[in-house]
Design a binder for this molecule. Structure first.
Ligand code: SF4
Length: 372
């Protein structure tokens, strides 16, 4: 493939990469629809009570799709009840055993994630495909750098990891398309950011199927957030990606929170409160960090998109945060309340959070003043 050539599904700086639309349960995925946030439960799947509780918490935070691991029969047996009780579409994550994939489809999963390279050969992939077609279930082809089939290791050695992952994905896609099955989304995951980004860019030239993005084994909360924000963020900024998971070695609620921060920072999708706060400097005369924590806590349940600025001083505060819906600029033991850069009133430091919440409530946002 020549450098610079635009393929059928390649993103542009002007907008989102054009893709087909697929359905995962009631959720449409593709360029005509909002970018969907995914996470994965980390409870033992057979523990139905804990798994459902976690799914519900993630759904409340804005998770659109949830993936659960189905590594054995015990997990498979739990799946129907989990699916019935889940407020969002459930995707079953399957490796190695095609019977688990068939069982998960029968159990009512909205989607399944398989790596066709480790599911036991072409015939088994076709059986899964036919069952998915019969039940209207979406399949994610998940190519993973760590489990590339032997046949692609030469490409990896000669051309690179991204090229090998793309070659593997292209071959799998061709098999599905040969049978007229396009209820597919594709992922190409590696733990190296550049290789992951390069792989998705290359694959975008080859297909118009929607992409699930992720940087696998990204790491702990801080390191993983940086890696994911870079990898996923670069691609989303180029219009590539229709659904994604921020993989973190942390509670999955952090994955969902980071996902919305990422989407918000790129201006792609907003949900909940965005706090703009300054780093503070020698001019700051209030306890800004304490203030930010209090405001964050008080607005934790607010799902409406709202920008709140909390700035350390009046020198730059209101001006720097003109884009905010409402904000505070600190003074000496007082704070100035302002909206869209316009001064509202002066409030003593101890009453600042309450005054801010009152103003936000007056603007029509649902806030619980009791939590202040
Ligand atoms: Fe310093 Fe004021 Fe800027 Fe905060 S807003 S960093 S306190 S100058």
């Amino acid at each position: 493939m020549k450098e610079g050539r635009k393929g059928k599904g390649e993103g542009t700086e002007q907008g989102r990469r054009k893709t087909a639309t697929i359905r995962v349960g009631g959720l449409a995925i593709g360029s005509g629809h909002p970018i969907a946030v995914q996470s994965m439960t980390n409870t033992p799947t057979q523990d139905i009570r804990r798994t459902v509780r976690q799914i519900r918490e993630l759904a409340r935070l804005g998770c659109d799709l949830i993936r659960v691991a189905v590594p054995d029969q015990a997990a498979l047996a739990a799946l129907p009840e989990i699916i019935r009780k889940s407020p969002i579409p459930v995707i079953a994550d399957i490796h190695f055993d095609h019977r688990l994939a068939l069982g998960a489809i029968e159990a009512g999963a909205a989607g399944i994630r398989i790596n066709p390279g480790n599911i036991g050969g072409r015939e088994r992939v076709i059986r899964i495909m036919e069952k998915a077609r019969e039940k209207g279930v979406c399949i994610r082809i998940g190519v993973n750098a760590g489990s590339l089939e032997k046949g692609f290791l030469t490409i990896r050695r000669k051309k690179g990891l991204a090229e090998a992952m793309v070659a593997s994905a292209v071959r799998h896609i061709a098999l599905f398309e040969q049978y007229g099955f396009r209820n597919l989304k594709i992922s190409l995951k590696a733990s190296q950011v550049q290789e992951t980004v390069r792989a998705y860019r290359l694959l975008a030239r080859e297909t118009d199927l929607p992409f699930h993005l992720g940087v696998t084994e990204a790491g702990t909360l801080l390191a993983g957030t940086v890696k994911s924000a870079l990898g996923i963020g670069l691609l989303l900024n180029e219009g590539i990606g229709d659904t994604f998971r921020v993989s973190l070695t942390a509670h999955p609620r952090e994955e969902v929170k980071v996902a919305y921060h990422l989407l918000g920072a790129l201006g792609l999708r907003r949900r909940g409160v965005e706090i703009i706060s300054c780093p503070t400097c020698g001019r700051c005369r209030i306890n800004l960090l304490g203030l930010v924590h209090q405001v964050e806590k008080a607005l934790a349940g607010c799902t409406a998109p709202l920008k709140v600025a909390i700035m350390g001083c009046v020198v730059n505060g209101p001006g720097e945060a003109k884009e905010a819906d409402i904000g505070i600029a600190g003074g000496k033991e007082v704070g100035l309340l302002f909206a869209k850069g316009r001064l509202l009133r002066k409030v003593p430091e101890e009453g600042l959070v309450e005054a801010l919440m009152e103003e936000i409530a007056e603007m029509g946002y649902p806030v619980g003043l009791s939590s202040v």
